[in-house]
Design a protein around this ligand. Structure first.
Ligand code: X8Z
Ligand code: ZN
Length: 613
């Protein structure tokens, strides 16, 4: 049998049973257990094995980080090849070690040795076949897929002198109110992915082969196994959380559709159909905060300030934007960012070479060499994203004292939630305190404030949920290459209630126009983070002794809350995530009641508005 737990869908029927049996046989044939149980190890050998593995993986991962940093900030064929090469070495070593660790299966081992052996087997996001040629092919594909996305641009009328970068297009999606222009831009960007559709199909095939060789059903099943619970239980957990928040999304959706219909007309936005995906202020219709001006409550009730305008009027630059984020963390007791952060980060889009602009936070040496890679645009969205990214960097520095295999977040949703938790404390009184606004708006502005927040946080939930629904189906083979695009839009309709601005076909590859698909970054983490950040916020506010409405709470300057957070961050991955959650919140389950409480006044208001029409 396999080393690992199997997960997947509820299978029924004889045909399906046959397929499953074949799959199991296939993976048994390649199973590492069959080779590695030969010489059984002792607990002392296991401890030494883990220590050696940590050292070896640490060295290889640092090498890969450096190569990948250079590639991501300076895309060329050469840097892609160097990054792919270093990635291959990490994957080869991890696979080999996971294989060899089978010798210690079933032994009674000390807690940390056993946990690290388990983590070792789960640590790859990109499992690859053992065959060196195939592994090589896969890591090259991984590098080129992300590179192709990173280089993507749209040149209207094929005029190379008029090309728009993704950043230019995102700006237009955020600010233009001309549906024809929005549609052109949307269609323009979505031309980025069909050229690498075939590559992605092969990528899925090869990665699945690697996952099977490691004892998993497919790559998606391997991803779902990373949550200290059975993979099926994890899928059920996601669905449970989605059902908790769905009524809130539905209220926001109904209100949004009506307002957009008023703006663009019933021909463009019918009241009984999906919302066209190009009208929500964002290329992927994933966060809708940019269309707040079209939706804001009439009269009193508007939020009362426009952070983008304020930042622009003050000529804030990229570096200052990062300093705002940093000073939030230092206010609650974290250290200033190291000097090397400022020397080595990429904060603006390079003008003379290609780079991957999608924001990310790097941990180059797993100690202090943390960096931000981002093409900052001075607006409210990037103000928030800077907090998001610094959350990663502060987490990385906080767990640097842990052994290598524990230098990660409790689960990946935690990593994504920290900076966002800080950004929830960016309230009007906070903005006044740091001098960005002159006066705190009247309480009647609370609904506008909450609506703006909900357009980013609540609107995101179904998108956060569906991206990996799609990928899990693709990896499992439930959705084949002939149905990639149909499956993508079926999910977009089912969960978000949005539709493409023009008919699509299997010539298109619209999922591939979202960064995390070509970059192979799992996405369920963002859904978890969207829920967890409110749970963290509630706990930290409680710790700070702030007991008013959750949406009014800011932990800015509160060292007690900072201390609580720091303790949890410093645990890294050393304990199962429910223990980390408990350490900070006193709760051991992910729970959407915090996000629901946060938006309760808005939900009441939305339901009144929806009823009145
Ligand atoms: O990818 C990100 C971060 C980097 S981890 C900028 N986010 C998701 C996205 O952009 O799709 C943050 C929110 C969701
Ligand atoms: Zn992130």
């Amino acid at each position: 049998m396999n080393l690992f737990r199997h997960s997947g869908h509820v299978w029924t029927g004889a045909f399906v049973f046959l397929i499953v049996s074949l799959l199991l046989m296939a993976s048994c044939a390649n199973s590492p257990t069959s080779v590695s149980t030969a010489g059984r190890g002792t607990p002392a050998e296991a401890a030494k094995f883990v220590a050696d593995a940590e050292k070896r993986l640490f060295d290889l991962n640092v090498k890969y980080s450096r190569a990948d940093w250079v590639k991501s900030t300076f895309i060329t064929d050469d840097t892609e090849a160097m990054s792919a090469d270093a990635n291959k070495d990490v994957i080869a070593a991890t696979t080999e070690l996971a294989d060899q660790s089978g010798r210690f299966d079933g032994l009674d081992l000390p807690y940390d040795v056993a946990r690290k052996l388990k983590l070792l087997k789960l640590s790859l996001t990109l499992p690859a076949p053992k065959d060196p040629t195939e592994r090589d092919e896969l890591t090259k594909l991984a590098a080129s897929l992300e590179g192709d996305y990173g280089k993507g641009k749209y040149c209207p009328d094929g005029d190379k002198g008029k090309c728009l970068s993704l950043g230019d297009m995102e700006e237009l999606m955020a600010t233009s109110r001309d549906p024809e222009e929005l549609k052109r831009i949307w269609l323009g960007w979505h031309q980025v992915s069909p050229p690498y559709r075939k590559d992605y199909v092969r990528f899925v095939e090869l990665s699945n082969k690697g996952a099977k060789e490691m004892g998993f059903k497919d790559t998606g099943a391997m991803w779902r196994a990373k949550y200290d619970m059975e993979p099926d239980a994890f899928s059920a957990e996601m669905e449970r959380l989605w059902q908790q928040v769905k009524p809130l999304y539905d209220s926001l959706y109904t209100y949004t559709r009506r307002k957009l219909s008023e703006k663009y007309g019933k021909q463009v936005v019918p009241l009984d159909g999906p919302i066209p995906a190009h009208l929500l202020g964002n290329m992927w219709a994933q966060q809708w905060g940019n269309v707040y001006p079209l939706l804001k409550p009439e009269g009193a009730g508007d939020r009362g300030y426009d952070l983008t305008q304020i930042l622009k009027a003050r000529n804030t630059d990229a570096k200052q934007l990062v300093h705002y984020g940093e000073s939030f963390f230092t206010s609650i007791g974290f250290d200033a960012l190291p000097q090397t952060f400022w020397e080595r980060s990429m904060l603006v889009k390079p003008t003379d070479h290609e780079a991957v602009c999608h924001a990310s936070a790097w941990d180059i040496d797993f100690e202090k060499d943390v960096r931000l890679k981002m093409c900052i645009q001075v607006n409210e969205e990037d103000f928030t994203t800077v907090h998001h990214e610094l959350g990663h960097n502060y987490y990385q520095m906080a767990y640097a004292g842990q052994p290598f295999l524990y230098r990660d977040s409790a689960n990946d949703g935690f990593h994504e939630a920290i900076g966002d938790t800080m950004a929830l404390s960016v309230t009007p009184p906070y903005l006044k305190q740091i001098g960005l606004i002159d006066k705190v708006p009247d309480p009647s502005a609370d609904i506008g404030f909450l609506l703006q927040r909900a357009l980013d946080k609540v609107a995101f939930l179904p998108f956060g949920y569906l991206v990996d629904q799609w990928r899990w189906k693709v990896f499992s083979g439930e959705v084949g290459p002939g149905a990639y695009n149909k499956a993508w839009w079926d999910l977009r309709l089912k969960y978000q209630g949005v539709a493409p601005p023009a008919p699509r076909s299997e010539q298109d590859f619209d999922a591939g126009a979202k960064y995390h698909v070509p970059a192979n970054t799992p996405y369920a983490r963002y859904f978890l983070a969207a829920i967890l950040q409110f749970q963290f916020h509630r706990a930290l506010c409680r710790e700070a002794g702030l007991n008013g409405p959750l949406y009014q709470c800011s932990i800015y300057g509160n060292k007690k809350a900072g201390e609580k957070l720091k303790q949890m961050l410093a645990m890294g991955l050393s304990k199962p995530w429910p223990e980390a959650l408990k350490a900070m919140t006193g709760e051991d389950k992910m729970d959407a009641t915090a996000i629901i409480d946060y938006f309760a006044p808005l939900k009441t208001w939305l339901d009144e508005q929806n009823k009145a029409h």
